[in-house]
Design a protein around this ligand. Structure first.
Ligand SMILES: NC(=O)c1ccc[n+]([C@@H]2O[C@H](COP(=O)([O-])OP(=O)(O)OC[C@H]3O[C@@H](n4cnc5c(N)ncnc54)[C@H](OP(=O)(O)O)[C@@H]3O)[C@@H](O)[C@H]2O)c1
Length: 282
């Protein structure tokens, strides 16, 4: 009998969304995260596969985009080498692997949505480590579904929506970049859409985000509106906020192949309203 789903990184932002979804659907699963499991330690992976899992969902990752520039080796271990080892175990035991990747694998200089097959051209160390993970999984022989996503937010954890909910509460005025365009993604929506794809037996590389697109400034205006904030929000440029890692200026992921399977993905304003209504204490 199957042991259910093996959920790696189950206490991160997306991992928690999966935990809650699987529990609500009464789907058996077992979750692991740091410190009890370090997926970057290859000898810790083999023993996990003593059980007959129905699928592995890997939400564990090194996600500190700026930190990755200073510690490229750590990012590569968690985002490149670890998925390779997990995928090899999945191939050996014939268990399908679901893995998450990012818009940061692209250069962000396009003017139309990035197709799933667009060439990878990461700008920084985080994107390079995630691209390495994708390439390793594709070459592993495992049955896999790689889901690229972007601008993830949830009622919990560290994310842009929670940061802006706090800043628009605590500051009378703030500036937000208006020259980076992308697709926000509710972690709860991403988990539900990914499980639906897995249940349909979907394999390959797909994009899952909220529908529509916006800049960080436009996203903030809607967050502030939903929360009834009176803070003044002004648009600014990326150049005004220099960061260690370069940011893609255009990271809209093409959703057409995903929508051909699942139907239209809900607009970001709808998903944002749902998440804002559930925001945990800031
Ligand atoms: N956040 C975004 O905007 C975004 C955008 C595009 C794609 N993604 C991708 O979406 C996925 C989920 O991201 P997320 O935002 O949910 O990330 P997250 O909140 O940082 O969660 C990642 C989880 O993995 C854990 N982890 C890190 N290194 C590990 C290791 N070596 N062994 C075991 N667990 C480890 C983390 O533990 P600690 O917290 O203790 O480090 C954390 O619980 C990732 O693949 C990420 O690359 C995220």
């Amino acid at each position: 009998m199957s042991a259910g789903i093996l959920l790696l990184g189950d206490r991160g932002m997306l991992g928690r969304a999966f935990r809650e979804l699987l529990a609500a659907k009464k789907r058996p699963f077992t979750g692991f995260d740091l410190p009890e499991l370090d997926i970057a330690e290859p000898e810790q992976i083999g023993p996990l596969f003593a059980k007959p899992w129905s699928a592995v969902i890997n939400c564990a990752a090194y996600t500190n985009v700026d930190g990755a520039e200073a510690d490229q080796a750590a990012a590569l271990r968690a985002n490149g080498t670890a998925p390779e080892v997990v995928a090899a175990a999945c191939a050996r035991t014939r268990v399908p692997l679901v893995h998450f990747s990012t818009d940061y694998v692209f250069a962000g200089d396009a003017s139309e949505p990035y197709h799933v097959d667009a060439p990878l051209h990461p700008l920084g160390a985080y994107g390079r480590s995630k691209a390495a993970g994708e390439i390793a999984i594709r070459g592993s022989g495992a049955e896999s579904l790689i889901v690229r996503t972007s601008w993830l937010y949830a009622p919990w954890g560290n994310n842009f929506v929670r940061t802006m909910a706090r800043l628009t509460r605590d500051k009378p005025e703030l500036k937000v970049v208006d020259d980076q365009r992308g697709r926000p993604t509710s972690a709860q929506h991403l988990a539900a859409a990914t499980l639906a794809l897995l249940d349909r037996g979907t394999r390959g590389t797909l994009h899952v985000t909220d529908g529509g697109e916006c800049t960080w400034y436009e996203f903030t205006i809607e967050i502030a509106r939903l929360l009834g904030r009176t803070a003044i929000v002004r648009p600014c440029t990326t150049a005004e906020f220099p960061r260690p890692a370069p940011r893609p200026s255009y990271s809209v992921l093409d959703l057409a192949p995903t929508e051909a399977i699942l139907g239209p993905l809900p607009d970001w304003r709808l998903n944002l309203a749902s998440v804002v209504a559930q925001l945990e204490p800031l």
